[in-house]
Design a protein around this ligand. Structure first.
Ligand SMILES: Nc1ncnc2c1ncn2[C@@H]1O[C@H](COP(=O)(O)OP(=O)(O)O)[C@@H](O)[C@H]1O
Ligand SMILES: [Mg+2]
Length: 228
């Protein structure tokens, strides 16, 4: 097993058959001990966060596969907190795609002159560059095409997939009385035909979910969704 990448919340290994193994850590993003899914630093360590993140990821990826969304998921080993996935080629050095249903986080910090906290946003999609040193700047479709990161056709597909995935996750949470405010996804090109594929994870670590107007911490979200 070869180490490929040491990330903030996961370690990536290459397996002998060419697949990747993602090892989920108990580290979560945030600052000064406070969890924040939008942060670019490890803010704290929560015992059990890795396994819960993986259990949620497995749950959502299996659900999405069933609905016909192309994902990198192969299988998961909850005990070891590892997931086997198909390797994907990144767009540039990686993009994050955010789907927003209510105004919070960086959206509110940027557009606070025109938006109120919690305001409905109708599944608004935006793309940011994975660039920790530059605080993950938002980037437009034209800039992505001009810089050779993503073609216009790929952008269209990325946006369409993001809205589909966001809607599936939102509906699933709603069944448990949970309100999805926003979700952050990652995609890459995978398989022989380099199909645009959902990669990385879907857990409490990359979404903001609320119940009765109160924010739900990642571990609590796992409990609520995975119980029964
Ligand atoms: N199927 C895949 N193929 C290649 N890279 C992947 C795949 N799934 C996830 N990744 C990458 O692996 C890394 C996972 O570790 P993580 O701790 O989340 O990293 P980061 O600190 O960059 O967010 C991310 O950089 C993610 O883009
Ligand atoms: Mg990450």
């Amino acid at each position: 097993m070869k180490l490929v990448y040491e990330g903030k919340t996961k370690t990536v290994f290459e397996l002998e058959d060419g697949n990747y193994l993602l090892k989920f850590k108990d580290d979560v993003t945030g600052e000064d001990g406070v969890f924040d899914p939008g942060a670019n630093t490890v803010g704290l360590t929560i015992e059990g966060a890795g396994k819960t993140g993986l259990r949620l990821t497995k749950f959502f990826f299996e659900l999405l596969e069933k609905k016909g969304i192309p994902t990198h998921f192969v299988n998961a080993n909850i005990e070891d907190a590892t997931m086997t996935v198909k390797p994907a080629e990144m767009f540039g050095n990686g993009l994050e795609v955010i789907c927003r249903y209510r105004a919070v986080g960086s959206f509110l910090r940027r557009y606070g002159m025109y938006a109120e906290e919690g305001q409905e946003l109708d599944g608004f999609v935006e793309v940011t560059l994975k660039d920790d040193a530059r605080q993950d700047p938002p980037i437009s479709e034209d800039a992505l095409a001009m810089l050779g990161i993503l073609s216009h056709d790929e952008y269209k597909r990325l946006k369409e997939l993001t809205r589909e995935i966001g809607a599936i996750v939102k509906a699933e949470l709603l069944e448990k009385g949970i309100d999805l405010y926003d979700i952050k996804l990652e995609f890459g090109r995978a398989g022989d035909n380099k199909e645009i594929t959902l990669i990385d994870e879907i857990s409490g670590g990359n979404m903001r979910a609320y119940k009765n107007g109160e924010y739900i911490e990642p571990l609590k979200l796992g409990e609520l969704i995975l119980s029964e």
